[in-house]
Design a protein around this ligand. Structure first.
Ligand SMILES: Cc1cc2nc3c(=O)[nH]c(=O)nc-3n(C[C@H](O)[C@H](O)[C@H](O)COP(=O)(O)OP(=O)(O)OC[C@H]3O[C@@H](n4cnc5c(N)ncnc54)[C@H](O)[C@@H]3O)c2cc1C
Length: 310
């Protein structure tokens, strides 16, 4: 029930202003967010790089409803890519299509992501398109394939969510296409006719999708999997599959979120696996923070108990 409440709050405009004004919310959010500015994001990235960890940077923002906002977000990503190149940090970038105008006009969004991919290509970088709620799955895959196939960008990847029933067939197609995929469990509130309601089923599907995707034909075709989870059961099952089937290390990496299970991130790196940390930054932390609270009751209890202790 708490998960549903916080996922509802993530989308509730009336709650956003109120909660963002609470100093404690801001301080707690900064456990998961590298800072408000690009400079802070670069500093956090440098620190992670120094520990051998790769990074993908997310300039926070989503559900942008005005064209000027989508153009500004595009500009912010172009600056981010320049800053990555100039600072010498090791980082790719991740973005959300609703930040870049998808809710306004699809062609505006395609145009904006095109500009970002062009800059990424010129600076030797890679972009992953995050997956939002299931209302956007088809159009997100469509934009991804349009940019990859019609515009010939080979530096773009996509996220697939294990909680959706459709993901098995999406993953099968993407594996055959030799795609770059980040697999996660899924962070939005979804109806039971689209997503597994039970966590055990989501977990089982996650493992199934890793095993299905990392097959010899897909690996030979260049398919690449970002195994994005903090769940040791998912990680152990993935490692077992990789070892049993001699999956080349060039075909996968582990990915985790900034501020979550940092010791596990380091442990996996020390064990010889490539690990990428998803580092969000910027002032639009509200929905991202609400989803992180929703994921773990302990986060909510920590936040609420500190709120009343003030
Ligand atoms: C790199 C990356 C990119 C992502 N991109 C997307 C995306 O594009 N679209 C999307 O829908 N979702 C995305 N997610 C979020 C994902 O869908 C899950 O909601 C999130 O990762 C939690 O699931 P889990 O696999 O860690 O497993 P869980 O079973 O939720 O958690 C396993 C363990 O991890 C730890 N943990 C998990 N979450 C938290 C938290 N918030 N705070 C503290 N500890 C925690 C706890 O110890 C928990 O027991 C992404 C996740 C990662 C790691």
């Amino acid at each position: 029930m708490l998960r549903s409440l916080f996922l509802y709050l993530a989308r509730a405009g009336w709650a956003k202003g109120m909660i963002m004004r609470i100093g404690l919310a801001r301080r707690t959010a900064h456990r998961f967010v590298a800072g408000d500015t690009l400079e802070e994001a670069i500093a956090a990235t440098r620190q992670l790089n120094n520990h051998g960890l790769e990074v993908t940077l997310d300039h926070l923002g989503e559900s942008v409803s005005d064209e000027a906002g989508a153009i500004q977000a595009t500009q912010d990503y172009l600056e981010l890519l320049d800053a990555i190149a100039e600072s010498g940090i090791r980082a790719t970038a991740s973005l959300k299509l609703t930040q870049l105008g998808l809710d306004i006009r699809k062609d505006l969004c395609v145009d904006n992501v095109h500009k970002i991919l062009k800059k990424a290509k010129a600076t030797g970088n890679h972009i992953t398109i995050d997956m939002e709620s299931s209302d956007y799955t088809d159009v997100t895959l469509d934009v991804y394939r349009k940019l990859r196939d019609e515009h010939s960008f080979d530096n773009v990847g996509i996220v697939i969510q294990a909680y959706l029933y459709r993901s098995e067939s999406d993953m099968k197609a993407l594996a055959a296409e030799g795609a770059f995929v980040r697999l996660c469990k899924g962070a939005y509130k979804e109806p039971p006719d689209r997503a597994f309601p039970d966590k055990a089923d989501v977990d089982a599907n996650f493992v199934h999708l890793v095993e299905q995707f990392l097959n010899p034909e897909a690996c030979a075709a260049g398919a690449y999997l970002g195994i994005a989870t903090h769940d040791e059961k998912m990680i152990d099952a993935s490692i077992a599959h990789v070892k049993q089937h001699n999956v080349p290390y060039e075909n996968f990496e582990f990915q985790m979120l900034y501020g979550i299970r940092s010791r596990l991130q380091q442990q996996l790196h020390d064990d010889g696996y490539k690990v990428r940390v998803y580092v969000p930054y910027g002032t639009q932390w509200y929905p991202y923070f609400m989803r992180r609270l929703a994921e773990r009751p302990a986060n909510i209890i920590f936040f609420i108990s500190n709120f009343f202790r003030r």
